[in-house]
Design a binder for this molecule. Sequence first.
Ligand SMILES: CCCCCCc1ccc(Oc2ccc(Oc3cccc(O)n3)cc2)c(O)c1
Length: 257
Amino acid sequence: MLMNLEGKTFVIMGVANKRSIAWGAARALDQLGAKLVFTILNERFRRELDKLLGELEGNHDIIVECDVTNDEQVEASFKEIGEKTGGIDGVLHAIAFAGKDELQGGYSETTREGFKNALDISAYSLAVVSKHAKTIMNEGGSIVTMTYLGGERAMPNYNVMGVAKAALESSVRYLALDLGESGIRVNAVSAGPIRTLSSSAVGDFKSILKEIEERAPLKRNVDQLEVGNTVAFLLSGFSSGITGEVLHVDSGYHIMA
Ligand SMILES: CCCCCCc1ccc(Oc2ccc(Oc3cccc(O)n3)cc2)c(O)c1
């Protein structure tokens, strides 16, 4: 029998539109019967999400505004979610940002402000989200975040986002260590390149898609639903023995020289 997530509630942070990886995860989790709660950055994204929710089987009607650079908002949003759900079983953190100027050209040109902003939103936010999610997490809870190979190896143009992803992946290990005794697991999915609102901000993105098709073991790119299935696996009890891990869903590209 397939993973059954009926009776489970997950918070999905970071749906921008139908191309978002977070939306792929929402579709996968919805198909498995989970109850979903969404957080969005602001009202503009609420309208996008309202249009999409009709495509899902379940009635996912809790949408909370949460700007992860605002500590009070993170605390308030998880308090509100706890009150409205009675407790959650997991969180997908699919949030990152770096200035367009920092995502092309040389990394040595990165500004102090650009570095701080990228690390704040793309890496520190996982720690503050985990701190507040823990207070409403049911036994056996699971936190998943999204990363990319550019956090492990130097890839042209990815620049400060790669440094942020390195910090994010190390944060996954330290959060796994800290929250393990509370029965909460923390993992990352390292997805291959996928065309989303965000990928358009990374210089020379298109050539990477072509490189994967030509050289990756599976000779094809991955898609949002495929990545979403692995997110569902890590949020479910089927991954109960896995924590502090980075699972690559990238057609095998990362194994190559
Ligand atoms: C050279 C690497 C090419 C493959 C990049 C794959 C990828 C695509 C999208 C990723 O997510 C991002 C990328 C940039 C980003 O910053 C943005 C997004 C929109 C506008 C903007 O000004 N910055 C936020 C998330 C990401 O972390 C990784």
